[in-house]
Design a protein around this ligand. Structure first.
Ligand code: BDP
Length: 334
């Protein structure tokens, strides 16, 4: 909070120095500029929804808050963005729950492979009482969850062969997001997990540092990773929620009326993102097929689940306080 206020004060002073005549009163009447982080390129479902959110907020607060979305992770990679939003250096961000684990330990529950049966189950759970528990946990780390986005199901992709069974992963260097559970997950399949920033994956696939990665269809296509990792195997091992989160300091600086406006805009943005997402999955799937990617279904997903089961057991043993969370999520999908 401190650093951001300093940043803003410094910019005001710089402008004042140039303008010469500006007074402090004229600055206090200025709009609050909000900086928002997004990892995806313009046009991606999340990017479109964030742009709608920004427009909606500017319009409905009559310009009191002017959000601006910075796409393509130009403000830093995801672990940085989480920290910057926590500290208030960024005002808002669309964050994935995968790399959130090291900061908000309960969110590791989402990174347990196959925890959700379907994307629809995930939405239903996140929109209900269980989702509220996670929102409370994020709030304790200064991240205010305004709504939940989706990111589909992630599957394995790699450079030179289809994956039909866990044995096909043996020895492959697979990029994972920043979370130790993903290292365990790939190791359980006999692969070598390489945690790496999203922005470095393309080059690493190209140079052979990586043999593969794991993606949902839209990210696989938008990142261009499909140009190199030509085999996509529908393991669907992870279904991760994402949040539209606001920095606590930015949130608390708002009046109640603006908070209501912004929360509603974020909820509308989530509905838009989910709708666009569904369309994009089909579009991206078709686009990579047209580009010659070989997609295979995985007939025996149970074999993957079975290999990954010890991760569950160890997780629950090490974090007994999360056991009820895991069982509540499972029970909600019966
Ligand atoms: C995308 C998520 C993004 C992640 C990225 C990744 O939307 O937040 O950073 O995957 O693999 O699906 O790093």
């Amino acid at each position: 909070m401190q650093s951001k206020n300093n940043f803003k004060l410094k910019s005001c002073l710089a402008v004042a120095a140039v303008a010469g005549t500006a007074t402090l009163t004229s600055f206090s009447a200025q709009a609050e500029q909000w900086r928002g982080w997004n990892i995806h390129p313009p046009g991606y479902p999340n990017s479109e929804a964030l742009e709608s959110f920004a427009r909606d907020v500017a319009e409905k607060t009559e310009g009191r808050i002017e959000p601006r979305v910075y796409h393509n992770a130009v403000l830093g990679d995801q672990p940085d963005a989480i920290e910057q939003t926590r500290s208030g250096a960024l005002d808002f961000a669309n964050l994935n729950m995968g790399p959130m684990g090291p900061i908000v330990p309960t969110t590791d529950v989402f990174s347990l492979p196959f925890i959700f049966n379907s994307v629809d189950d995930m939405y239903e759970i996140m929109d209900g009482e269980i989702g509220d528990r996670f929102a409370d946990a994020l709030a304790e780390k200064n991240l205010i969850v305004l709504s939940w986005f989706g990111s589909g199901a992630r599957s394995l992709d790699n450079v030179d062969h289809p994956v039909h069974t866990p044995e096909d992963v043996e020895g492959l260097k697979i990029r994972v997001m920043n979370n130790d559970l993903y290292v365990q997950m790939i190791e359980a399949l006999g692969g070598n997990a390489t945690p790496m920033a999203y922005s470095e994956v393309y080059q690493s696939l190209k140079s052979g540092v990586l043999d593969g990665a794991e993606h949902n269809y839209p990210a696989y296509e938008a990142s261009g990773h499909y140009e190199i990792a030509r085999f996509y195997s529908a393991t669907e091992h992870l279904i991760l929620p994402e949040c539209l989160c606001v920095a606590r300091s930015s949130w608390e600086a708002l009046g109640e009326e603006d908070q209501d406006i912004i929360r509603e805009a974020a909820e509308d943005a989530a509905m838009e993102q989910r709708q666009l997402w569904q369309e994009q999955v089909e579009e991206s799937r078709q686009k990579v097929l047209d580009a010659g990617v070989q997609i295979n279904e995985v007939d025996d997903r149970e074999a993957f689940k079975e290999r990954m089961r010890p991760i569950y057991e160890e997780f629950v043993t090490q974090n007994p306080q999360f056991e009820s969370l895991v069982s509540d999520i499972q029970a909600a999908q019966q």
